[in-house]
Ligand binder design. Structure first.
Ligand SMILES: *[C@@H]1O[C@H](CO)[C@@H](O)[C@H](O)[C@H]1NC(C)=O
Ligand SMILES: *[C@@H]1O[C@H](CO)[C@@H](O)[C@H](O)[C@H]1NC(C)=O
Ligand SMILES: *[C@@H]1O[C@H](CO)[C@@H](O)[C@H](O)[C@H]1NC(C)=O
Length: 232
């Protein structure tokens, strides 16, 4: 009885831990709660030190250039934003690095600081595919819940900033969430999928991890930048 209860608890923990999706962990839930209960912005200022009013993107746990990262300043990572209705994300893309197709429950404005970044956006069913090339000082918009993706076209690091009108805009990656549907549903939508070892769940495990928010780019770009394994 005791043993089976332990096994049950263990398997629940394994189940919860196994999909290694990188999400922001809430740094200070007590401070966020206090900020949300405060009556005025003046009261909130008194809850925050000068130090807590400064955000250092380089210290974000996701910060990485290999292959890249999405560093969110949001209600989870920066309590000061708890009641503001905004998120700012620093996008760091190594050579060819890409953001897999995903969406948010917020408007997303993206501004390029360096390099050239190719973006793709589908607003909704019936909408055309919108493509842009963002170079320094150019901005594009991804409306709430639009599907979007981007990659660094160059062989140098690229940086962009992303602005969202919600302190908790969320990010939903399409490939991982599609494979969380039952196999019967997924295979009826895409009957041509070649399942690895005939396993729906096994195939899902082959989707590049969300990790720090960015993944390696595609072969042609990597080849151009001399990043492929065979060095060609
Ligand atoms: C920002 O964070 C980085 C990484 O932790 C650190 O090296 C740097 O000194 C910080 N900058 C400031 C101004 O604190
Ligand atoms: C696939 O994963 C789902 C969700 O984790 C689970 O309910 C199901 O039993 C798994 N199927 C197989 C065949 O492992
Ligand atoms: C497929 O099966 C082989 C042999 O059992 C195993 O090594 C491999 O990891 C499996 N691949 C997937 C995606 O499950």
């Amino acid at each position: 009885m005791f043993l089976s209860a332990c096994v049950g608890v263990t398997s629940i923990i394994v189940f919860l831990v196994s999909p290694t999706f990188a999400v922001d962990t809430t740094a200070d839930p007590q401070l966020v709660a206090k900020l949300k209960m405060a009556a005025t912005m003046l009261d909130r200022l008194d809850l925050l030190s000068d130090e807590q009013l400064l955000y250092n993107f380089s210290a974000n746990p996701m910060y990485s250039w290999n292959p890249g990262s999405v560093c969110n300043a949001n209600a989870a990572t920066w309590p000061a934003l708890a009641t503001t209705g905004v998120t700012v994300a620093q996008l760091n893309l190594g050579p060819c690095a890409m953001l897999a197709p995903h969406l948010h429950r917020a408007i997303n404005l993206v501004v390029a600081v360096t390099g050239s970044t190719h973006t793709y956006m589908v607003q909704e069913n019936g909408a055309r595919l919108v493509e842009q090339i963002l170079t320094p000082g150019l901005m594009t918009m991804f409306p709430p819940a639009s599907l979007h993706s981007m990659y660094n076209m160059g062989c140098e690091n690229n940086q962009l900033y992303s602005f969202l009108n919600d302190e908790s805009p969320g990010t939903l990656n399409i490939a991982q969430s599609f494979f969380m549907m039952p196999e019967e549903i997924g295979m009826q939508v895409m009957p041509f999928i070649n399942l690895a070892n005939g396993s729906w769940n096994g195939t899902a495990q082959l989707i590049p991890a969300i990790g720090t928010g960015s993944q390696d780019g595609f072969e042609a770009c990597r080849k151009k930048c001399g990043l492929t394994g065979d060095g060609s």
